[in-house]
Design a protein around this ligand. Structure first.
Ligand SMILES: [Ca+2]
Length: 106
């Protein structure tokens, strides 16, 4: 009888933990945020739960979202996220191809 109680208690305990983990990690995606900064702030608070906001794992959440305060919406990294892109990949709202230099911020 004691064994049965232990088995049931263990199942209830693990079942409860699983439910709590699902509750603690919200199902968030970039579309849930208006600006890159809002997404970044949320991501910085809980990178483990919100890893969906940084699919390329560069530490910048939702690069494509606009910046707050009427900014360009481009990543705030040194080269606007344009580094190491070839000419065809460079054409975007944030980057421009400069002959002899490569992909740079607009
Ligand atoms: Ca990223």
């Amino acid at each position: 009888m004691l064994r049965l109680f232990i088995v049931i208690a263990t199942l209830l305990l693990f079942g409860k933990c699983e439910t709590q983990n699902q509750t603690l990690c919200p199902d968030a995606e970039c579309a849930d945020y208006i600006t890159q900064q809002a997404a970044q702030a949320a991501y910085d608070r809980d990178k483990e739960c919100l890893r969906e906001l940084d699919k390329d794992n560069d530490g910048i959440a939702c690069e494509h979202l606009p910046a707050s305060g009427g900014g360009t919406g481009c990543p705030t990294t040194a080269n606007c996220g344009c580094s190491n892109k070839n000419q065809s990949a460079c054409a975007s709202a944030c980057c421009k191809w400069v002959v002899g230099t490569g992909c740079r911020c607009k």
